[in-house]
Write a protein that binds this ligand. Sequence first.
Ligand SMILES: [Zn+2]
Ligand SMILES: [Zn+2]
Ligand SMILES: [Zn+2]
Ligand SMILES: [Zn+2]
Length: 403
Amino acid sequence: MMTIRHNWCSECKETCLNHATLCTICGSTLEAPPAAVVSDLARRNQDSAARRRTNDPPGSLFSFTMQDLVQEATQNQRRDLGDLRELLENIRQEIRATGVAQQDLLEEMRSVREEWQAVPAELWDPSIGSGSSSRPTSVEYLERIPRTVVSRKSSILRQGCLSCSSKAIAGCPLPPPMEVIPGEFGMTEACALEHGTLILPEFNRTGKGGLTLATKTLIANATKPVIVYMERGDGVTFCQKAITAQDAGASAVVIGNNVTEPWPYVMKDSKGEAVGDKVSIPIVMVKLADGQALVSFFRQRNNTTVECAKWNLRMEPQNQNCVICTESFSISEVLLRLPACGHHFHESCAMQWLTSHNTCPYCRRELPTDDAAYEQERRRTERTHASSDSAAGRSSQYQDFYG
Ligand SMILES: [Zn+2]
Ligand SMILES: [Zn+2]
Ligand SMILES: [Zn+2]
Ligand SMILES: [Zn+2]
């Protein structure tokens, strides 16, 4: 007997397989499919079961139908990868054992895959993908990757945007709204700072040596909330930059990244300088290109330190999913963040994958292995392509960019 799943979108007039409750196309709430659709599906299932029966050799090893398998795994809310692997292995064994009805089985295998699109293709079929993906990631490397516990301050549960609503001037277009990555210290609640003033520190934008008297005066005399822009690096920690801006009277600080990768980059109080709520303003980061766009916008307006209203900074909660299990990250779960690309996964989901693959499950970036011969060959290839972006990014994965 077939169980009726709530997977029908009445707007799109289609079954929507990729999401549990909402249509991924139009966002409508999914419901039970209309009777006509259900009976049509049942008829097609009967047809395919009948086809399979006629194709079955005498004494077939078929002890269950594919529908049963798919249904069983589909109803399993957790969508456990181990189950999925087992399911696929069962299908493969069926194909090998019977040698018939392959067309049907392959078709059904495809439909199972479609249903779990977020699952990396290699999981379904180890022959997919490059050979490098089948090596286990270096055990030492996996041990060194810091684990994080999701909390209310976690950057992964928050998102933000910096936008400019000043009057546009001919020949000097406004910078487009920018994604900001909230830091994990300072003010981490949702906030909306409207029509503020963005100020670039005079001379040294990294905050080294503090702010000049002119910049401090500018901040002190501003009639609107001030957002100070500073650049990452120069031996000044994120926390020190935030305190410098806060002490001068700023309401928020935007840090421009000084490298392109990894992105998104999560700013933490790595030296414990913010303990005891020493930082009470929000600190957010924009990517390198956006920071450069801000600076050139100010240059074009010929006033690097003079206020340039009106700027809006928003921070709000967001949901993010682990691409391996498709569940959203929630408070107190343990995550693993790959240092090279910055992608987050549940630790348990990631470890299951990384103990047999040396690639990021999301972006496929290669990770180090314990296979000495393979690593030697890889370093040789990397030197050959030393000028390429990916090699430059990869060599930086052990570096610490804090401060
Ligand atoms: Zn729809
Ligand atoms: Zn749909
Ligand atoms: Zn997960
Ligand atoms: Zn990645």
